[in-house]
Design a protein around this ligand. Structure first.
Ligand code: NAD
Length: 447
């Protein structure tokens, strides 16, 4: 098949590369010229395990093409994926301007029957808006070209995106005609040869499924963080509670870790968007509002623990931060808890020395340049370098190399033997034996 994927970010580039890997010819289109120029030279805009290899191989074999021009791709393609951003607007609603812009461009350039597949996360009813935008532009051109709009939300996880796309748990396809269902089935068949798992449903059902999935995952995290806050007040260790409840099959162990809050480009924005959708439909989403507000508070938990430990005065101190990405396996820092912590520390007059295995470049774009030039914020090249003369080590992202650190070396390097563990990675008894003060989430501190 010949396919065009519009938007070459986390979702679009992974989609394009994986579909090309299965022998299709794929045009990846993006408005960002620098991104496209770099991709043509094999330089990827994001870090994602395994992505560079398949992008390079498929580009070299001529199956994966990069362009800024949709019209260059359009003649060749029978399926168009829309995979552009849907960031939150000021009121929390999903901003559809990029999606609708792409729809208009498709209407302006389409020359043959096509299927337009929306992969971006969008509110229920967006397929109708996409269809209307394309129709309007086709009519303005005085042409009548058949097309279908399909909703095919993406469920990949950053940090495991290639693997998730290649071996999906499920493929959700919202379509309103048999031809579109058949084309989508054929496209995805190579990914599910041994485990057929395509779910066909109505377009609106598919649009809602994505929001419901992310809202459910965010709810699990906020629920566990609420229990953790109670545990702290009741001399209970939330880690034992987690093990205790996860053993119940109806609950399960996945996604019930207490921590310093969820981040990323999806959960915060999608919970916000769903709250907005509820309000638009005269419904008070009490649970979702609580999920969001619990998470906002949770992102401040590490700073609050530090502040309490140092009697409210952090000025002049230096803190080591391990982990900047919103989760391990990615360089994405959108809505990351590390951003909230670092901003709070610097606003409180402290200095920060931070390390992340892959998000160091992203971090340089995330914070004001002046913080780097005047030394308030340093992004260092090694995890132990971050600890030198610091007054505490804050573990924010549970990258694997942080899980079993050399505690003796850490104790030697730190000014104050204090660990703030935002992901409950460390054994309280062990850090106590090693001579550290320790604060986790939902467990008693070691002092
Ligand atoms: P992203 O910001 O990484 O990438 C979006 C890309 O679209 C950018 O490169 C941007 O330049 C490009 N773009 C914007 N307008 C364009 C236009 N008119 N023409 C061509 N390109 C254009 O975003 P993302 O993280 O890949 O997310 C894309 C969508 O997928 C969002 O709706 C998101 O909610 C959803 N989603 C994301 C993930 C994830 O883990 N990141 C997972 C599932 C779904």
């Amino acid at each position: 098949m010949n396919i065009t994927v519009v938007g070459s970010g986390y979702v679009g580039l992974v989609t394009g590369a994986c579909i090309a890997e299965m022998g299709n010819t794929v045009y990846c289109v993006d408005v960002d010229k620098a991104k496209i120029d770099n991709l043509k030279q094999g330089i990827l805009p994001i870090y994602e395990p395994g992505l560079e290899e398949i992008v390079t191989e498929n580009h070299q074999s001529g199956r994966l093409l990069f362009t800024t021009s949709l019209s260059e791709a359009v003649e060749q393609s029978e399926v168009f994926f829309i995979a552009v951003g849907t960031p939150p607007g000021e009121d929390g609603s999903a901003d559809l301007r990029y999606v609708l812009e792409v729809a208009k461009q498709i209407g302006d350039t389409l020359t043959a029957p096509a299927i337009v597949v929306n992969k971006s996360t969008v509110p229920v009813g967006t397929a109708d808006l996409v269809r209307a935008a394309i129709t309007e532009r086709l009519e303005a051109r005085g042409v009548d070209i058949e097309f279908s709009v399909v909703s095919n939300p993406e469920f990949l996880k950053e940090g495991a995106a290639v693997n998730d796309f290649m071996h999906p748990d499920r493929i959700v396809i919202g379509a309103d005609n048999e031809h579109a269902r058949q084309v989508m089935s054929a496209l995805y068949a190579p990914f599910i040869r041994n485990r057929p798992r395509t779910m066909f449903m109505g377009i609106r059902d598919a649009e809602m499924t994505k929001y419901a999935a992310n809202a459910m995952l965010a709810t699990k995290i906020s629920f566990m963080n609420e229990i953790a806050s109670l545990c702290e007040r009741l001399d209970v260790d939330v880690e034992n509670v987690r093990l205790g409840i996860g053993s119940d099959e109806r609950i399960g162990y996945h996604f019930i870790y207490a921590g310093c809050g969820y981040g990323g480009s999806c959960f915060p924005k999608d919970v916000k968007a769903l709250i907005n959708i509820a309000h638009q439909n005269d419904f008070e989403p009490k649970l979702l509002q609580a999920v969001e507000s619990r998470n906002d508070q949770q992102k401040h938990s590490l700073f609050n623990k530090l502040s309490t430990h140092f009697n409210g005065d952090l000025s002049g101190r230096t803190f080591a931060v391990w982990g900047l990405a919103f989760k391990p396996g990615t360089d994405d820092m959108r809505e990351a808890p590390s951003v909230v912590l670092i901003n709070s520390l610097i606003n409180a007059g402290a200095k920060v020395r931070a390390f992340d295995p892959v998000a160091r470049e992203t971090a340089r774009r995330e914070f004001p340049e002046s913080w780097f030039t005047d030394g308030r914020l340093q992004i260092v090249e090694g995890q132990y370098e971050a600890a030198i003369d610091a007054d505490a080590l804050c573990l924010v992202t549970e990258w694997k190399p942080f899980r079993r650190p050399d505690f003796r070396a850490l104790k030697r390097l730190l000014n104050t033997p204090l660990i703030i563990d935002g992901r409950n990675q460390y054994d309280r008894e062990q850090v106590k034996r090693e001579g550290f003060s320790y604060y986790g989430i939902g467990r008693q501190p070691v002092q």
